[in-house]
Design a protein around this ligand. Structure first.
Ligand code: URA
Length: 209
C-alpha cells in the first residue's frame, strides 16, 4: 500500500532516513549542536545532560562504550566515573591518553538506574554514533563490551567470538574487549583486556602510526 502511495519516492522513507538527515552535519561541533536537545526516545526526559563524547576530533582511535552512567550524566562527559578511570588505565597500559582518542557511547543519554539500553533507544541513538565515526574517520574502533560491539556489528555474538582478533565495522578495523564495568565486577578478566589492547597497539603501530 505504501508503495502505491509514495511510488519511487518511498525509498527516501527507508531505514536510512535518520542517517541521511545527519549528513548535513560535517563537523563534530555541528553534530553536537544539531542533536544535543534530542527527544527521539524516552531518555530525553530523564537525562540531566546529553553525553555526546569527547577527546580528539581527529583521533585515529575511537573508543565506544554502552551508555553514560550517573557521573557522566551529571557532568555531560563520557567515562569519568569508576569505569572511566579503569578505561584510562587500560589506555595508559598501551601508552595512549584520553586526549589522543575520542570516547563516546552507543547511547548519549543515561538509562535510569543504569539499566540496559532498550532496542528502540539504541535504534534512535545509533545514527549519531555512526555519524560521529564517519566524521572522525578513525583507523581503529575499540568497542568496550558486548553491547557496543554487537550494536555496531548488528550481530548477537558472544564476547568470546569477537575478542582477540581484528573485526571490521564497515571498512574500519575494530578491536572488541570487555567493558570496564564488567572488569570491575570480574577482575580475573582483566588479563584478556590487557591482551586485547596489546593487539590494538600492535595493529596501530604496524598499520597506522
Ligand atoms: N560506561 C559506559 O559505557 N560509558 C560511560 O561513559 C561510562 C560508563
Amino acid at each position: 500500500m505504501q508503495e502505491d502511495l509514495f511510488g519511487s519516492s518511498s525509498s527516501v522513507r527507508s531505514d536510512d532516513a535518520p542517517e541521511n538527515e545527519l549528513l548535513k552535519f560535517t563537523t563534530l561541533a555541528e553534530l553536537y549542536e544539531g542533536t544535543k536537545d534530542c527527544q527521539k526516545c524516552r531518555l530525553g526526559a530523564t537525562r540531566k545532560n546529553y553525553v555526546f563524547g569527547n577527546g580528539n576530533p581527529k583521533a585515529k582511535i575511537v573508543v565506544v562504550g554502552e551508555a553514560p552512567g550517573a557521573d557522566e550524566d551529571e557532568q555531560g562527559i563520557p567515562f569519568i566515573g569508576r569505569s572511566g578511570q579503569l578505561m584510562d588505565k587500560i589506555l595508559s597500559s598501551i601508552n595512549l591518553t584520553r586526549e589522543e582518542v575520542f570516547a563516546c557511547n552507543v547511547l548519549k543519554s543515561r538509562p535510569p538506574q543504569n539499566r540496559n539500553p532498550e532496542p528502540d533507544e539504541v535504534a534512535a541513538c545509533l545514527p549519531y554514533l555512526h555519524r560521529q565515526i564517519e566524521i572522525i574517520k578513525p583507523k581503529i574502533i575499540l568497542a568496550l563490551g558486548k553491547t557496543a560491539a554487537n550494536t555496531l556489528l548488528g550481530s548477537d555474538f558472544a564476547m568470546s567470538a569477537m575478542r582477540g582478533k581484528v573485526m571490521k565495522w564497515r571498512n574500519i578495523d575494530m578491536i572488541v574487549t570487555y567493558h570496564p564495568a564488567a572488569l570491575l565486577r570480574n577482575p580475573n578478566w582483566k588479563r584478556f583486556t590487557w591482551e586485547d589492547v596489546q593487539l590494538l597497539r600492535k595493529l596501530y603501530d604496524e598499520k597506522y602510526a
